[in-house]
Design a protein around this ligand. Structure first.
Ligand code: SAM
Length: 234
């Protein structure tokens, strides 16, 4: 369970209503039962249910079971796409170990209709389900140029470019040193010629192909992340 509380302090945890309902009514847990909790900072802890009732469900922290993994990993830079594929991409990227998701507006993205609170809830739920001890940071949509500036100097940018000559992603990834990596995926309408030229001219950008077919943006994101995770081993 993801809780906001400080876990190393030993203070009891008062569960939020939705989590209490899930634990008691869905998981059929009660006083004395143990659950695993994490807060994204202090690793994973074993906790015991002290009281479970309509008004409040409280846990006492028992001991730490896993230490917090070091920060780092892959940043997914994703152009805004329609709600369902965007939500799918966020959930699956979290399962695939992404460290951060930066949403970008490009010349061909739709207006900013993105509900960040909903995407954050999807990311938290995927982190709980997949047994991660951290919840990836989600950055609200920002212009592509600004996001590229923020990523400068932070490791290679793997640019998924279906429109031009580019080596297969596995060949490109195989030649990279271990370290921070960002993966860029465009919107349903693709990048504009000017955006593509700017990206290809940018130092540190590595254009890659995900194969001979045109993938939907969410498929492209998952495909690139899966291959990067397979090569990187984490
Ligand atoms: N140009 C596409 C078309 O003609 O339909 C539109 C873009 S595609 C739906 C969305 C994004 O997924 C692209 O901008 C690119 O980043 C990525 N993508 C899709 N297929 C790809 C491929 N075969 N190789 C590399 N990237 C791909």
């Amino acid at each position: 369970l993801l809780v906001p509380d400080d876990l190393s302090g030993g203070r009891p945890i008062l569960l939020a209503d939705a989590q209490a309902r899930y634990l008691v009514q869905v998981m059929r847990r009660g006083p004395g039962d143990e659950v695993l909790v994490f807060n994204g900072r202090d690793g994973e802890w074993r906790a015991r249910i002290v009281a479970a009732g309509k008004r409040a469900t409280t846990l006492e922290v028992v001991d730490q079971t896993r230490v917090q993994p070091p920060p780092g990993g892959i940043v997914l830079v994703m152009a805004l796409v329609k709600r369902t594929p965007l939500e799918t991409a966020v959930a699956k990227a979290v399962e695939l170990g992404v460290a951060e998701i930066r949403l970008v507006n490009t010349e061909r993205t739709n207006a900013d209709h993105t509900r960040m609170d909903r995407l954050e809830a999807i990311a938290a739920e995927a982190a709980e389900q997949t047994g991660r001890l951290d919840v990836p940071r989600l950055q609200a949509p920002a212009p592509l140029s600004r996001v590229l500036e923020a990523l400068a100097g932070g490791g290679p940018l793997v640019f998924c470019d279906e429109a031009g000559e580019a080596p297969p992603i596995l060949a490109a990834l195989g030649g990279l040193p271990k370290g921070p990596l960002a993966i860029l995926v465009g919107p349903e309408g693709g990048f504009s010629p000017a955006e593509r030229a700017g990206l290809r001219a940018r130092v540190g950008t590595i254009p890659v192909s995900l194969g001979p077919r045109i993938l939907r943006a969410d498929t492209a994101a998952l495909s690139a992340l899966t291959l990067a995770q397979a090569v990187g081993g984490d």
